[in-house]
Design a binder for this molecule. Structure first.
Ligand SMILES: Cc1ncc(C[n+]2csc(CCOP(=O)(O)OP(=O)(O)O)c2C)c(N)n1
Length: 641
């Protein structure tokens, strides 16, 4: 029987021999690869933390001791050794294991927020609370060098450094990479720790000692001794953490489990905050990952187990943005691009390849990215900040006060907007159109197809006295949807029959709305489908159209509260338009992981569900007095709505 099947919890790891642990590590790697092949996932990061996770769980006693994984994408191994190895056949699938820690799944999981750089703050609070409550527990935070570039991590370190009696062990999982190599001064400092010539020498010495002594014992004494006198003096001129007043152990080879256990055991004995610096390799133990230039399989889609090949994803929304940025970059010398550690996922790598001097990867630092963009704009450039929609939440105040208040011409491109699905609650981009509604002067566009991405990006970068936002969804865009007419700045996509229903479609919901229109037409209900393109501010033409229809329906893939529908309704009310209104969006809930299509089905954002609701609403309306009550003859494709 495979060893992994005998592991029901971390305590089962304690009695295993070194040989058994090595076997277990290779079984875990095998399962990681097999589990990610059908459903995708964060393969590279998890391959890199196999020994680290085993060491943490052998030295500490979870769930009594609390282990917090920063971001949480690297917690698969933790799941395997906390009794969930048997569930990996349903990784990231509806009803199956989440791709992040999950309180619902296990008492060993605490933090399930996948937004980076929070672990040290959670750990700081947990450790302080256990001290106040007199509970004898340790808290372990595992944080990558990428997550360590986030400002919040440094705010936490600043506090942890003076919380002298916090039983807090910070394991820095340093693989030198976020998706791509981590950038910035911090990385330079970590690299100097890692590559110090003396480090190699000390590692050698530590290894020899460990090899000579089975188990802990004299070697532990050596490690303690080294820590006491400050390993920094023995190893490398680091000072980075110690200048903050934090104890530092390392660097330790993160794939040398016994060495790591030594370091962790000593850190545990210290009973105050300690940093253990582990050097790991993303993708370790799986050649295809280690040799993958772009991101070492940081996050893979489904792939073939035999060949390692992934089926082509086809074109995605991001490609249209990526290509138009390249074109804009050639035309306009003032256009600059910023990303927060997501160069490839947001499609800026092509712009970067042509204009490296005009491209900035700021690390996982969305707040800094936004205010730095304000600075760039103040000095005469036009910054385009491309980040995932869900991560903009981090930088709301910066958008409001640093950009909008100062009327800076900054364009935000929010990728993965709307329901994203597989990555669970914290990755859905369902908040942006609500929080941005309150920003004075900000203009927000939601393209319905790839052609509109190009068109609206160009319109956005032409605005130099206010923030502009373009939100683009995940996955493949629909075929381009041509307009059949125009009303103000709004595109009319369908105009059929009497003026019964005005369907206001936001962004990716346009394709759905056109399908709804066909279904309503088949039932003899007249429909006008419009795409406002710019959804903030509300186009007065939409208000006029609402006045002349019997029912207004808004559809958006954003939270229902405070989104485009809510603001349109408020605008209509203020304008004295009393047409009945139906608002469709994402219920204001944390949505569990599942495929995007499944979630849209679950929340009623499909053509069938929407059409059914509209037919019911129409039949509940009083009969129009005569005809459509508007006079005139209904037309099929009225170009002048
Ligand atoms: C606030 C925020 N911005 C961006 C991301 C996207 N993201 C997920 S993992 C990751 C890289 C993390 O690098 P690191 O912490 O070094 O962990 P590793 O994968 O290298 O183990 C990024 C940028 C995120 N999760 N949260």
């Amino acid at each position: 029987m495979p060893l992994l099947e005998t592991i029901t919890g971390p305590r089962d790891l304690r009695d295993l021999s070194d040989d058994q642990l090595a076997t277990l590590a290779s079984e875990i790697r095998d399962l990681l690869v097999r589990a990610c092949a059908p459903s995708g996932g964060h393969l590279g990061p998890n391959l890199g933390v196999v020994e680290l996770t085993l060491a943490v769980h052998r030295v500490f006693d979870s769930p009594r001791d609390r282990v917090v994984f920063d971001t949480g994408h690297q917690a698969y191994v933790h799941k395997m050794v906390t009794g969930r190895a048997g569930q990996f056949d349903r990784l990231r699938q509806e009803g199956g294991l989440s791709g992040y820690p999950s309180q619902e799944e296990s008492e060993h999981d605490i933090v399930e927020n996948s937004h980076a750089s929070t672990s040290l703050s959670y750990a700081d609070g947990l450790a302080k609370a256990y001290r106040i409550r007199g509970e004898d527990r340790h808290v372990v935070a595992v944080i990558g060098d990428g997550a360590l570039t986030g400002g919040m991590a440094w705010e936490a370190l600043n506090n942890i450094a003076v919380a002298k009696d916090s039983r807090l062990v910070i394991v820095v999982n340093d693989n030198g990479r976020s998706y791509t190599p981590t950038i910035g001064g911090l990385t330079t400092a970590l690299t100097s720790l890692r590559t110090s010539q003396r480090y190699e020498h000390v590692l050698d010495v530590v290894k020899k000692r460990l090899n000579a002594v089975p188990g802990v014992g004299p070697a532990a004494y050596d490690a303690l001794h080294a820590m006491k006198k400050g390993l920094k003096d023995a190893v490398a001129p680091q000072g980075l953490f110690e200048d903050l007043g934090l104890k530092y152990v390392g660097p330790v080879d993160g794939h040398d489990r016994p060495a790591l256990e030594q370091a962790l055991a000593q850190a545990k004995k210290f009973n105050g905050p300690v940093i253990v610096h582990a050097i790991t390799r993303k993708g370790f133990g799986y050649d295809r990952a280690e040799q993958h230039e772009a991101d070492q399989f940081h996050q893979v889609g489904p792939f073939d187990l035999e060949t390692g090949e992934a089926p082509s994803k086809g074109r995605i929304w991001t490609d249209a943005f990526s290509e138009e940025m390249v074109a804009l970059g050639a035309e306009r010398q003032d256009v600059v691009a910023l990303t927060a550690a997501m160069m490839h996922p947001v499609g800026l790598h092509t712009f970067q390849a042509r204009h490296p001097e005009r491209t900035f990867d700021v690390g996982i630092a969305e707040q800094h990215a936004v205010t730095s963009a304000a600075g760039l704009a103040m000095a005469g450039l036009h910054p385009v900040v491309a980040i995932y929609a869900t991560f903009l939440n981090r930088a709301f105040d910066q958008v409001l006060m640093d950009v909008a208040l100062h009327r800076c011409g900054v364009t935000f491109v929010l990728d993965r907007a709307g329901v994203t699905g597989d990555d669970g609650a914290s990755h859905n981009g369902m908040w942006d159109m609500s929080i941005l509604q309150v920003v004075p002067g900000l203009r927000l566009a939601a393209p319905r197809d790839a052609a509109r991405v190009r068109e609206l990006l160009r319109e956005a970068v032409d605005v130099d006295d206010a923030p502009t936002v373009l939100r683009i969804p995940k996955g493949p865009p629909p075929e381009d949807i041509p307009a059949v007419g125009k009303a103000g700045g709004t595109d009319v996509l369908v105009r059929k029959g009497p003026r019964d229903v005005l369907l206001v479609a936001v962004g990716s919901m346009a394709a759905v709305a056109v399908d709804v229109a066909d279904r309503l037409g088949a039932q003899g209900i007249g429909v006008t489908v419009v795409d406002p393109r710019w959804v903030k501010p509300v186009d007065p033409a939409v208000v006029d159209l609402a006045r002349t229809h019997r029912l207004v329906v808004s559809v958006e893939d954003n939270g229902e509260i405070g989104g485009c529908g809510a603001v349109l309704l408020q605008t209509l009310t203020e304008a004295g338009v009393t047409t009945p209104f139906r608002l469709h969006g994402i219920p204001q809930e944390f949505l569990g992981h599942a495929k995007r299509d499944r979630i849209l089905e679950r929340i009623g954002l499909t053509p069938q569900a929407l059409a059914r609701g509209i037919v019911e609403a129409m039949s509940a309306l009083p009969d129009p007095a005569v005809g459509d009550g508007l006079g005139g003859t209904p037309v099929d494709a009225d170009k002048t709505v």
